[in-house]
Design a protein around this ligand. Structure first.
Ligand code: ADE
Length: 212
C-alpha cells in the first residue's frame, strides 16, 4: 500500500512512522510513506498557502489552489488512490473504516489541513472526510497518523499472529470486547491473576474471556 501525505509539517510524522510496527511494515515493503510538502505548491514569492476568510472571522484558511495542486500531483503519481481529508466536520472514523481501507488495499492520499481550516471547494477533490473524535485539533497530521496506524496494522504480514487482529477491541465498532489480560508475576502487590487463567483448562478460559 502506497500512502502519500500532503502536509506543511512532514517532520511531525517521523517518530510515529519511523518506530515499531509502522516502521517494520515499510521495512518489509508492505507499505510506503511519501510526503508532499504543501508549501511547494504555495503561491507567489512567499509560497503563500493561506488567506483570510470571506465574510470575516478569526484565523486563516488554506487557499484552494495549493491544496488542489498538491492533490492533483499525488493523483498523477497514483490515479487510483483514495483521497482522505481529516476534519471535525467529517463522519466519525471507526474500526470498520480501517478494516475496509485495509481490505481494499487501495493506495491512500491523506490531506492534512492547518490553520483555522480550508476553503470548502477543496472537498470536490476528496473522496472521504473523517473525524477522529469530538474535539478540535490544530491540524490534520495527528488524525492522519491515527488512520495510517489503524490501517497498516491490519495489512497482511504486519502483525505477528493473525489472532491478535481477529480477537480485539472495537471489532464491530461496538464497545470494547477485548478481555483483560495478565502476565507474570502471579501476585503483584497482593493483586492476584484470576484463578481460571492458571489452571490450563482451555474451555474454562475461553468461557471466562467471553464473559469478560
Ligand atoms: N482536525 C481537527 N480536529 C480534528 C478531528 N477531531 N478529527 C479530524 N480532523 C480534525
Amino acid at each position: 500500500m502506497r500512502i502519500q501525505i500532503i502536509t506543511l509539517f512532514p517532520e511531525m510524522f517521523s517518530g510515529v512512522l519511523g518506530s515499531s510496527m509502522l516502521w517494520k511494515a515499510a521495512d518489509r515493503g508492505i507499505v510506503s510513506y511519501e510526503f508532499i510538502n504543501l508549501r511547494d505548491f504555495g503561491l507567489g514569492p512567499r509560497q503563500q498557502v493561506d488567506d483570510t476568510p470571506y465574510g470575516g472571522g478569526d484565523g486563516m484558511l488554506l487557499k484552494p489552489e495549493p491544496v488542489v495542486a498538491a492533490i492533483e500531483h499525488a493523483k498523477e503519481r497514483n490515479p487510483e488512490a483514495i483521497v482522505l481529508l481529516p476534519t471535525p466536520r467529517g463522519k466519525v472514523y471507526k474500526q470498520s473504516d480501517a478494516k475496509r481501507l485495509a481490505a481494499t488495499e487501495q493506495d491512500l492520499i491523506l490531506v492534512c489541513p492547518r490553520y483555522e481550516g480550508y476553503d470548502e471547494r477543496i472537498t470536490n477533490w476528496v473522496d472521504e472526510q473523517f473525524c477522529i473524535g469530538n474535539y478540535v485539533l490544530t491540524g490534520g497530521e495527528l488524525p492522519a497518523m491515527i488512520v495510517i496506524d489503524s490501517v497498516v496494522r491490519l495489512l497482511p504480514g504486519v502483525l505477528g499472529g493473525e489472532t491478535s487482529v481477529e480477537v480485539e477491541s472495537f471489532q464491530d465498532d461496538d464497545v470494547s470486547i477485548e478481555y483483560p489480560q495478565y502476565t507474570r508475576p502471579e501476585d503483584f502487590r497482593g493483586m492476584n491473576v484470576p484463578e481460571v487463567l492458571l489452571n490450563g483448562h482451555h474451555g474454562e478460559i475461553a468461557k471466562w474471556r467471553r464473559e469478560q
